[in-house]
Ligand binder design. Structure first.
Ligand code: PHE
Length: 337
């Protein structure tokens, strides 16, 4: 038996040491210590032995059993510690920061500026009622202007808001006049995608209603806002623009930031960049929201945040903004230039 035991021990140790995976070592454990192992049957045969033999072999067999168990556990531990990630605590820290999306950056910047000018930030639902998106903005169902904004109509009777202007109505309803609010948000239009068209984009709505509000107030606010956004003086000009909820309505252009008005490909040699539709709030809109039009007037604007981000960061394909491409997003740390 002595010889047999010697072979068992040496074989088991040899095989256990060769193992590189946990599964392998567990197999060895079963082979040498399991119920079908030689050692197990030797231990089982103890009961048929004489008292003397029992004493002699009993302690020997148990010693060998313990020895093999110890060996197998050691091997197992060695394998497990190798597969654990080991690192050198003295290595310098690899700093990988998350980054803000460019739209988030411009939304925060513009609303911060407006907040300093006394605007309150409000928000509304992306799934909107027809009333807020169209009717209360002086766009009845027969109005051709509804076609200007290809709308996603939903099965639940709502729609995906096509602009942030519904926030004007919600704010008037909730707070009345005088009021000074801005509302950044995501909008949706059923557009075919190309480098300059997206079906999902961001706007920043602004609205001021008070006594004696005029176009000069609108220009003053827009100039102040753009000056801070672009960190330079910008000229603005107003061209007539049509939106049913403003009268008069304008397209606000700012002097081209690239050529400073001299003419370049970005501004198509005009020296101006189209930036922001705006206007004096239509009396119908004020009346529908119970604002006293004898006392109050107001202006509103709808700054295209997506367009602003593209201009600011010189992004030439709008689709990248919604692509979730981390290589692109990583370029924006939110720390200013
Ligand atoms: N909501 C308009 C649009 O998205 C923009 C706008 C806002 C125009 C406020 C005038 C005043 O087309």
């Amino acid at each position: 038996m002595q010889e047999q035991l010697k072979t068992i021990v040496s074989e088991c140790i040899k095989e256990a040491e060769k193992c590189t995976k946990e599964a392998e070592i567990l197999e060895i454990k079963a082979k040498y210590l399991g119920k079908k192992s030689e050692l197990f049957s030797l231990l089982a045969s103890l009961k048929d032995m004489s008292v003397e033999d029992k004493k002699k072999y009993g302690s020997l067999l148990n010693k060998i059993k313990q020895e093999l168990e110890q060996k197998i556990n050691d091997c197992l531990e060695k394998i497990n510690s190798k597969s654990k990630i080991s690192f050198d605590p003295t290595l310098p820290i690899y700093e990988e920061y998350g980054s803000l999306h460019p739209i988030t950056i411009v939304a925060k910047e513009t609303t911060d500026i407006l907040k300093r000018m006394g605007f309150t930030i409000v928000s509304g639902p992306e799934m909107e009622k027809e009333y807020y998106n169209f009717e209360a903005l002086n766009i009845p169902s027969t109005h051709p202007a509804r076609d200007m904004q290809d709308t996603y109509w939903l099965d639940n009777g709502l729609l995906l808001r096509t602009h942030t202007s519904p926030n004007q109505v919600r704010a008037m309803e909730k707070y009345g006049a005088p009021i000074k609010i801005c509302a950044p948000g995501r909008c949706f239009r059923n557009e075919d995608l190309d480098a300059s068209h997206e079906n999902t984009f961001f706007q920043l709505e602004g609205m001021v209603i008070d006594e004696n509000i005029s176009i000069s107030n609108l220009i003053y606010v827009m100039k102040g806002l753009l000056k801070e956004v672009f960190k330079q003086d910008v000229d603005v000009r107003l061209r007539p623009g049509f939106f049913p909820f403003v009268e008069p309505g304008f397209e606000l252009d700012c002097s081209c930031l690239i050529c400073h008005g001299k003419g370049c490909p970005t501004c198509k040699n005009s020296g101006w960049l189209e930036l922001c539709p705006c206007g004096m709030i239509h009396p119908n809109v004020l009346e529908m929201s119970n604002i006293d039009t004898k006392k109050y007037t107001g202006f509103a604007f709808g700054l295209g945040l997506t367009r602003l981000a593209m201009m600011k960061y010189k992004i030439d394909d709008i689709r990248i903004l919604n692509s979730g491409d981390l290589r692109f997003l990583k370029e924006f740390t939110g720390q200013e230039d």
